[in-house]
Design a protein around this ligand. Sequence first.
Ligand code: PEP
Ligand code: MN
Length: 274
Amino acid sequence: MMRTDGYPLSEAARTGHPLDTVIVCGESSVMGGGQFAVIAGPCSVENEAQMIDVAKKVKASGARFLRGGAFKPRTSPYDFQGLGSEGIELLKAARRETGLPIVTEITDVRMLHMFEDVDIIQVGARNAQNFELLKELGKCHKPVLLKRGLAGTIRELLLSAEYVMASGNSRVILCERGIRTYENVYTRNTLDLSAVPVLKEITHLPVVVDPSHGTGKASLVPSMALAAVAAGADGLMIEVHSDPVHAFSDGEQSLTPEMFDELMKKVKRIREAL
Ligand code: PEP
Ligand code: MN
């Protein structure tokens, strides 16, 4: 059992588990163990045409997974809360059209039965320490994309992963999405890219960086995405919307499909340089 600053880490530790964990969804969507993959799509699922349009575009640019929030954890109860189970149906429609596996967020343990057809279940920053949810996800047989908490330490992220793994599910992807600091004007969160090499050193789990929530501004997303690739991330999660100005959520940080396409070309070049 490896100790991280006094806390035992068993399942997630690289010690005793030298091989990287690889997440496989279908034939062409593989992440970890040297296989790099991008998860892209809108913050919120809005309607069928939007999902299918953006899914086709991000796939054409090289994304391997489609994201979209059906249950949205919003700061204000008066903001769009997501389409719920209908949103999951629309993600499935986009998957039928493109073949892209779908990643979507669970916000409460009572919703688990609605996630049967989802490929990867996302646990958002606000639920990073919802231990009962993490334990339930440990009993299900689906990969879990676990985001770092709003002000979560690296150790807390690792121990949250440990909750899922100790309950029986070893397929966990860690996601750095920025943390709350005193900066709140120029960036939404402070993206901690040092977490990438730290996590890669300590664990065998794939590490994904989300520069969309990490910066909160579309103009900053490409630079930080490229930096994340250079830092050794196994993947990226990028919010993409065909009409960001009218997005139901997180439009300011969403790339257009054209910007995403441009970024994917640069990601390829950075990876080749490495
Ligand atoms: C999201 O991915 O849309 C989201 C709500 O992310 P986070 O939990 O990182 O805020
Ligand atoms: Mn979002």
